[in-house]
Design a protein around this ligand. Structure first.
Ligand code: MSP
Length: 525
């Protein structure tokens, strides 16, 4: 009997502030998660992919006031916009959580009660350096390092004082350090881990978890005038979406997805995710996420993208790329040329055009069209399985190459190395090009005595396209489904587990193969 309970996988994006317009940053993180989620689903995992919006806080309250509307109306409008926009990117999220939803609010309150019951909360007076844009306090040491300016907006930090409820973060210092030591993969990439660990070792102070100077937030249970600090409210989304703050969390069908395999975020919010979040979970006695993956930033022409500089690659700009190159090309560029590692990546049109031409036109598109064209021309689209289909032709053991590509992709997915996952599929197309070059099927076609060899070469080439289309499907679902159609085969999602889709299938006859042009050449100025 096969195991009926598939292993689960849980991946999350940050929840996005509703007082911002969607831009490349949001699209980027969400697309990375989407590629991962799709790959895991193909691998047979039971996947939960979460994204959503962060809707409370003083900034939303202020923007609403400025626009003469209510915070809820503003949040509704902008959350709808985020949802609409994420839809344009072909994202396959399983839920979209909003922090103003009753399901979230009631669970946050319950989780805070549990924190209090666990003795992890106390009332105290607080004074510190406050970053108004980020809604974040900094210690004196940290503020000095930052030259008393916001590391995000560059605006001066302000001195602020409040009487608030605190989370006893300091009590978790040792346990956190131990967790980092025992789980070297807890934060990726490694450079980011070292950064956080360095700061962690400087010592932890308790952090305020309520605010009294505004009201657009979740009321702190049993504390008149206090609302839950927006960051605490927001972090809990990862748990409330699965029902972990419900009275009986075990009754939630989604509880099985806990904890997350990857909380994927940008590097600017790593402290909250790698230190405060795990400490909250420790206090609640919940298992910790397996990995916080913090990517770097897209920048524009060597400069940080910011609202004040007005240089964000915004929706209009993204739309122009979609129109010109197609959504899949956009996804490909995000996944393979973005700031996935520790360094920022410059967004430049010439590099986009270059990646498009090199990877998609010349490698993927060219391989697909050559093989399908020959199948059509020499066999009228029907290439039956040859006698000994796996006989090694032209020094190429495709069985081994395909198995190796699958292993590569799987191991890359385990490290959230989305670019390496893409490379695993792309490498098959590259090898295919070399194979055709060496075996010269177009020459064999002229010799009636070599008909069997020709069939074997084409059959193997079609098998390679079949396998590669499965490996690249998470990145470019639409194009790879079209390729499958041109091969006369079922769509990737309809043809079973990934391992079967990439393994060369000795029983497969190819029938109804049609020449396909996947990525048109695009002239650049
Ligand atoms: N609401 C908080 C997150 C709470 S999560 C519990 C927040 N929201 S945000 O709208 O500002 O989104 C920040 C995220 O957007 C970053 O972490 C990153 O995922 C993405 N990006 C924003 N600008 C970016 C770039 N320039 N480049 C790449 N991604 C960046 O912070």
């Amino acid at each position: 009997m096969p195991d009926q309970t598939a292993a689960t996988a849980y991946v999350t994006t940050p929840i996005y502030y509703v007082n911002d317009r969607p831009h490349i940053g949001h699209a980027y993180t969400t697309t990375l998660c989407d590629v991962w989620a799709r790959f895991m689903r193909l691998s047979g995992r039971d996947v939960f992919f979460l994204t959503g919006t962060d809707e409370h806080g003083v900034k939303v309250e202020k923007s609403a006031r400025d626009r003469g509307t209510t915070p809820q109306a503003l949040a509704d409008e902008n959350a709808a916009e985020f949802r609409r926009v994420l839809g344009l990117f072909g994202l396959s999220n399983d839920d979209f959580i909003r922090t103003t939803e009753p399901r979230h609010e009631r669970q946050v309150q319950r989780l805070l009660e549990r924190l209090e019951a666990a003795g992890a909360v106390h009332l105290g007076e607080f004074e510190g350096w406050y970053d108004e844009g980020q809604e974040e306090y900094h210690t004196e040491t940290r503020a000095k390092e930052l030259d008393y300016r916001s590391p995000v907006s560059g605006r001066p930090l302000v001195r602020a004082k409040e009487s608030n409820y605190y989370f006893r973060l300091s009590a978790f210092q040792e346990r956190l350090e131990r967790h980092f030591d025992e789980n070297p993969e807890f934060v990726r990439p490694a450079a980011r881990r070292n950064e956080v660990l360095g700061r962690l070792r400087e010592g932890l102070q308790d952090v305020p978890i309520t605010r009294t100077n505004f009201s657009w937030g979740i009321p702190m249970p049993g504390a008149e005038g206090h609302v839950v600090y927006v960051w605490i409210d927001a972090l809990f989304n990862y748990a409330t979406a699965l029902g972990l703050g419900e009275e009986d969390p075990t009754s939630s069908e989604r509880a099985k997805f806990w904890p997350a395999d990857f909380h994927v975020i940008g590097k600017e919010i790593l402290w909250f995710h790698a230190v405060i979040w795990p400490a909250l979970l420790m206090a609640l006695e919940l298992p910790l996420p397996k990995c916080i993956y913090a990517h770097a930033f897209w920048i524009a022409e060597g400069q940080k993208m910011s609202k004040s500089l007005g240089n964000f690659v915004d929706l209009e700009a993204i739309g122009r790329y979609h129109d010109r190159y197609g959504l899949d090309a956009w996804r490909w560029f995000m996944a393979t040329r973005g700031p996935l590692g520790a360094s920022d990546a410059d967004f430049r049109e010439d590099q986009f055009a270059d990646a498009y031409a090199t990877d998609l036109v010349n490698t993927v598109g060219n391989g697909a069209s050559r093989v399908t064209a020959m199948a059509e021309r020499y066999f009228e689209g029907s290439v039956p399985r040859p006698e000994d289909p796996h006989r090694i032709v032209g020094d190429r053991d495709w069985n081994a190459s395909i198995a190796e590509a699958l292993r590569e992709a799987e191991s890359a997915a385990g490290r959230f190395a989305i670019d390496r996952m893409a490379e695993a599929g792309l490498s098959l197309f590259r090898s295919l090009d070399g194979f055709i070059h060496r075996t010269e099927p177009f020459r064999l076609a002229k010799d009636p005595d070599r008909r069997e060899d020709l069939a074997r070469i084409l059959h193997q080439s079609l098998e390679v396209l079949f396998a590669a289309s499965a490996l690249l499907w998470p990145l470019m679902p639409d194009s790879m489904d079209r390729l499958r159609e041109a091969l006369g085969c079922a769509k990737v999602t309809e043809s079973g587990p990934l391992a079967d889709q990439v393994r060369m299938d000795a029983a497969r006859d190819f029938d109804g193969v049609r020449k396909i042009a996947l990525f048109p050449r695009i002239e650049t100025a």
